[in-house]
Design a protein around this ligand. Structure first.
Ligand SMILES: Cc1cc2nc3c(=O)[nH]c(=O)nc-3n(C[C@H](O)[C@H](O)[C@H](O)COP(=O)(O)OP(=O)(O)OC[C@H]3O[C@@H](n4cnc5c(N)ncnc54)[C@H](O)[C@@H]3O)c2cc1C
Length: 446
């Protein structure tokens, strides 16, 4: 979706790893297995989440190499790992902060696709200022009782478990009284209400917690230490956005008990169309990104390539893709040498926002008036395709309508700039006393 994609095509990864993976796939991939059976094999082999440490069902690979592994699985024609927030966020968080018992309970079910996860962080009054959250968890024997409201919960309607952060000690300063829980979504105290977006989809939800219960054993990283644990989750979110995410190369099957895919035939989720799409995406990423490639083809096809301003913007889009690629290479080289490039994840995310906006504006200019038509449901699509004669229109309008989301989630553009200003450039923070004053005494929004 974005041109700030991993530069893995250009990166020489450890060929031995790829050889080992290919031979493992040759021996183990069987399209007639059920999705659950295949994910059990893939997840327990360490190839499903190779960026996780070995004691957490991974292989300890760098993120770029892990994305390469996922692409290899897709190229081989096998079903990829169970994509979603479990693999992307919950697993690395629990691998970092959980006990071995918690890793064996939660991470195992994530890498084998048995359970799907969502992230119960944002609240109506706590998004950018996440540490201002007010959902309360109160101890009751060996359980906690949770009350509050969350919002923007992606995949909340298909989740079995959630990463919940809740206030457990309001008498402490705001960053200190928060705890990170793994909470079971299948309980009477949790109500999930889908929110429909302008894309036509309902990706995210409002979630109401009314006397929801969670055992003390489900606390990850210790009570009142949730801010540190949440920062690991958020760091993985930003890193995932900057490098193409943890789900690259995955097939179309969804994890968890609600999607209903686990008992289906694994091979049915690896269609020739899906393979072709992935091949196109890879080809596009090599020349500045899949969206640039798509838009260049469209502009050539309908003659708008003759417009010099369109050509100029296509080159800008290609350039942004190349910059992302080289920045990824720079970061990889720095890490190999034991250094870091401070702020790179934030800058990559900002560049991704720019790329999305340019893709939106340029795409709509190229398709012209037909850009006002969008298939909000799958059954509207054939009529629009037939009327416009352009089977790629849905990709352009879909990208245009979705372009508003990525610059917001994982920290808005303004928040990324604040982080770069304060933590990378050393500029002074806004003065406030929220590090010292008890949360319960801080002034709240009316
Ligand atoms: C597609 C999508 C999926 C999401 N999925 C999830 C999910 O699964 N789970 C979850 O918990 N959350 C999710 N979110 C929520 C997301 O993390 C928040 O929307 C985001 O953190 C911003 O918070 P907010 O919406 O409350 O905006 P606010 O924080 O109210 O910000 C409003 C505006 O004020 C600006 N602003 C705020 N504070 C500052 C400041 N200090 N300096 C400068 N400008 C500032 C912001 O940049 C923004 O422009 C998702 C969001 C989107 C768009």
């Amino acid at each position: 979706m974005t041109d700030v994609a991993p530069a893995d095509d250009a990166v020489t990864t450890n060929d031995e790893i790829v050889d080992e993976l290919r031979s493992w796939l040759g021996e183990n991939w069987d399209p007639d297995l059920t999705v659950a059976e295949w994910w059990e094999r893939l997840g327990l082999s360490g190839w499903g989440a190779p960026n996780l440490p070995e004691n957490a069902y991974g292989r300890g690979l760098a993120r770029n190499d892990a994305v390469r592994v996922q692409n290899e699985i897709a190229e081989f024609g096998a079903l990829g790992a169970p994509a979603g927030l479990g693999l992307l966020l919950a697993a690395p968080t629990i691998a970092s902060h959980g006990t071995q018992e918690q890793i064996d309970l939660y991470v195992r079910e994530i890498v084998t696709g048995q359970k799907a996860w969502c992230q119960l962080f944002s609240e109506p009054g706590a998004g950018s200022d996440l540490a201002g959250l007010t959902a309360r968890a109160v101890e009751d024997g060996d359980e906690w009782v949770v009350n509050g409201q969350k919002v923007w919960t992606s995949f909340g309607h298909t989740a079995d478990l959630a990463m919940l952060i809740a206030r457990t000690a309001p008498e402490l300063p705001k960053h200190q009284g928060i705890t990170w829980f793994s909470i079971d979504m299948h309980q009477p105290g949790i109500e999930v209400r889908p929110l429909r977006e302008m894309t036509g989809h309902a990706l995210f939800n409002e979630v109401f917690l009314s006397d929801a219960r969670v055992p003390t054993s489900a606390i990850i990283g210790g009570r009142n230490n949730g801010w540190a644990v949440a920062n690991t989750t958020l760091a993985n979110e930003r890193a995932g956005l900057g490098t193409g995410g943890g789900s690259a190369g995955a097939g179309a099957a969804s994890p968890g008990t609600i999607s209903g895919h686990l008992e289906k035939r694994a091979g049915d989720f690896v269609t020739p169309v899906a393979k072709k799409k992935r091949a196109q995406t890879r080809a596009g990423a090599g020349s500045g990104g899949s969206s640039a490639k798509l838009l260049i083809d469209l502009a050539k096809g309908n003659g708008s390539i003759a417009d010099a301003t369109i050509r100029q913007d296509l080159v800008r889009l290609h350039t942004l893709g190349e910059l992302g690629k080289f920045n990824n290479l720079r970061l990889k080289a720095a890490r190999k040498a034991g250094r870091d490039v401070p702020g790179m994840a934030n800058l990559s995310k900002l560049a991704m926002g720019d790329t999305m906006r340019l893709t939106r504006d340029l795409g709509l200019r190229i398709v012209g008036a037909s850009g006002m038509l969008h298939a909000y449901t799958d059954d509207q699509r054939p009529a629009i395709d037939a009327a416009t004669g352009n089977p790629f229109l849905a990709a352009v309008t879909g990208m245009a309508l979705w372009a508003q989301g990525p610059p917001i989630y994982g920290g808005t553009d303004q928040i990324q700039r604040n982080i770069v200003g304060e933590r990378v450039l050393g500029l002074p923070k806004e003065p406030n006393n929220d590090k010292t004053m008890p949360f319960s005494d801080l002034p709240k929004n009316a």
